[in-house]
Ligand binder design. Structure first.
Ligand code: GAL
Length: 653
């Protein structure tokens, strides 16, 4: 009896504790998938990322998860799991070939990697032992290219465990943190030099920040231009060819300040990189008039305009299906009145941009400018457009080949037409860098030119683009800028639904610092009506923006690249040097998952000789807007993983 009783207690105990030795299986789709990050679109249970049946190399699967690179999912298994099993592959729905790599990670180590998987490859089996692992992560990387077309499926993904059932752990790497102090003193921001063409319409909003109320006075404007204190903008007709200096005074309860700004009408447009917003990275083809108006309003109400942000640019998706019978380009029903939209944007002191392509159709399949170039330039001018982005898209069918004359032709043609309308229209070339466009973009009349394919909000994409820009560096100068694509901070999504950027806070600091150093055009890609204090801080640090807007117009170069640390320097007009120290770490995505609370700082030491300077150095932290000190010999920086420190360094005289 005693024996029987003991046996019964033992069995009950084993059953209750679940450690009876019998194995339990939990499918990953039974876990809280809200925590699974997807680099594009929405994760789906039992369906692909686009919502279709899961299908790999012609075979359909009932159970699984459809996601998209870069995808991450962190599971706490507490040392009680046996194994992870399943199949992986690229879903057949991807419209073009993509490559991905699936990984199973355990406590900061790679336990299994699929190797590069291409569209059409049969589903690959995964069986990974999880013995002793505390936290496991499922990761899908872009396979070393970019995340385009990387529709990734985890089929029958399941964890076998004994004691404690796996639970999901949040992936958030680090809370966003604001480095820049609030500044209530008056400050006159933005470029110190403005390019315009003689006798054309001129519009410029004077960027002044500080505690309200602020009194702004402008004096010494050339004849033809007037300042309207209500919207702080200068408008009228630009003067004859020459250089004209005027003075801005700003005053509030905290003090007063003044700055001289020059208008140059003898040296073309965009004498510093354009600062603005573009609809593509948030709204994609779902852009409409209200969204554009809301963006313009937000640029003013958020204070961005007070830091020099100016352009409101509509990307693809505004064009009507047909031209008029006279061949005039029309906007579609989402933009009922382009002229009054432009007037509205100008009334705020901002400028308006638009998009087209030299081919018959834009990339989004809308009407483009082929064989209507002059007519379109006239239409834009009539509407009051200040900026045109001209995308390659279907021009591939028109160009005879990829030779330089063929690559240049459509841009030369549109430039010629833009020159025939009496408006300052900034010309932005978008052909992804073909034929080393940086070598001839200026010669065909471009003010800026895309040097790369499209950016997305992943580390691989942003860092892959940004850190590869040294080659084009010497071609950047006032009026001619290399464009490594638009910003991916804040809420982005390529429309209509948006998500917070997948870049970690440190990666976002890297993004803005690097683009500032590269003298890149800065085009905000997020919904500006939904910016949190972190995003706003990233975009309104005047010392960082000053590096970007420096009138010398030099683009940073990489001066060293060692053990995952890269140093980039940009000479500035006052003889100082902007220096970015970046910690790229290893590139396998493992550290982007928070395994624990380790700070992950890398110590870097730097000396005057490293920077090709001599003597004592004065070092100022641009993000924190504070002096670090004066150094003889070397000094040390602590750089967070995937993060940056951005300094302004001047030799002490
Ligand atoms: C791409 C371009 C994007 C966006 C898109 C619109 O070619 O690189 O920035 O303009 O077209 O369809």
């Amino acid at each position: 009896m005693k024996i029987k009783m003991g046996f019964a207690i033992l069995v009950a105990g084993l059953l209750l504790s679940g450690c009876s030795g019998s194995k339990n299986v939990i499918y990953v789709d039974q876990l809280d998938l809200k925590q699974m990050e997807s680099g594009w679109g929405q994760n789906h249970i039992g369906k692909s990322v686009d919502g279709n049946p899961l299908k790999i190399a012609g075979k359909t699967f009932e159970r699984g998860i459809g996601t998209h690179a870069v995808s991450k999912f962190l599971v706490k298994i507490g040392g009680s799991a046996e194994s992870f099993d399943g199949l992986v592959g690229i879903d057949d729905e991807s419209s073009k070939p993509g490559t991905v790599e699936f990984m199973i990670l355990g406590d900061r180590k790679v336990l299994w990697r699929s190797g590069i998987i291409k569209k059409g490859d049969i589903a690959k089996e995964v069986h990974v032992s999880l013995k002793g692992v505390d936290k496991m992560a499922m990761l899908v990387t872009d396979g070393g290219d970019d995340i385009n077309y990387d529709h990734a499926d985890w089929i029958n993904a399941r964890i076998t465990y004994r004691d404690i059932a796996p639970t999901v752990t949040s992936l958030v790497q680090k809370e966003p943190y604001v480095l820049t102090p609030q500044n209530s003193k008056p400050r006159i921001n933005g470029a110190s030099i403005i390019g315009a063409k003689p006798h054309h319409d001129f519009i410029f909003r004077v960027p002044v920040s500080g505690k309200a109320p602020l009194k702004v006075v402008v004096s010494g404007l050339p004849t033809g231009l007037v300042f309207d204190a209500k919207n702080r903008s200068i408008s009228g007709k630009a003067p004859a060819s020459g250089v004209y200096e005027f003075t801005v005074n700003a005053e509030n309860s905290e003090g007063s300040v003044s700055k001289k700004i020059a208008i140059r009408t003898d040296n073309g447009l965009s004498l510093t990189p354009p600062l603005g917003w573009n609809s593509w990275n948030c709204w994609g083809l779902s852009v409409d008039q209200n969204k554009v108006k809301a963006a313009a309003d937000a640029m003013v109400s958020s204070g961005l305009a007070d830091h020099g942000w100016t352009y409101i640019n509509i990307d693809d998706g505004w064009e009507a299906a047909e031209r008029t019978k006279d061949g005039v380009l029309l906007a579609n029903e989402k933009f009922p009145d382009m002229k009054s939209l432009t007037d509205y944007i100008h009334s705020l002191g901002l400028r308006m941009g638009i998009y087209s392509s030299p081919g018959p159709k834009t990339c989004g399949g809308f009407q483009a400018s082929y064989q209507n170039e002059l007519s379109d330039a006239r239409t834009w001018s009539k509407w009051g457009i200040d900026y045109v982005k001209y995308d390659w898209c279907s021009y591939g069918q028109i160009a005879k080949d990829q030779s330089l004359p063929e690559l240049k032709k459509p841009y030369q043609l549109m430039r010629k037409m833009l020159n025939q309308v009496d408006r300052d229209i900034v010309f932005s070339l978008c052909q992804y860098g073909m034929g080393n466009v940086w070598e001839w973009g200026g010669e065909v009349g471009g003010n800026l030119w895309r040097t790369t394919g499209d950016i997305t909000d992943s580390w691989n994409s942003m860092a892959g683009i940004g850190f590869a820009q040294s080659k084009s560096s010497s071609f950047a100068h006032p009026g001619n800028w290399n464009d490594p694509d638009m910003l991916v901070v804040g809420k982005v999504g390529w429309g209509p639904s948006l998500h917070p950027s997948h870049l970690t806070p440190d990666e976002q600091y890297t993004h803005i610092s690097l683009w500032a150093l590269l003298a890149s055009p800065l085009l905000i890609g997020c919904d500006m009506t939904q910016m949190d204090p972190f995003t706003l801080n990233l975009l309104t640090n005047d010392e960082v923006l000053e590096i970007n807007q420096d009138p010398l117009g030099k683009q940073a170069k990489q001066i060293s690249n060692k053990d995952g640390i890269q140093i980039w320097t940009k000479p500035l007009s006052d003889g100082s040097l902007a220096v970015g120290i970046f910690n790229l770490g290893s590139d396998n995505g493992i550290e982007t998952i928070r395994w624990d609370d380790q700070p992950n700082l890398q110590k870097v030491s730097l000396s005057a000789t490293d920077l090709a300077l001599t003597g004592k150095l004065k070092v100022r932290d641009a993000w924190r807007q504070s002096d670090i000190g004066e150094f003889d010999g070397s000094f040390e920086a602590q750089v967070p993983f995937h993060g940056v420190v951005l300094y302004r360094i001047s030799p002490v005289k």
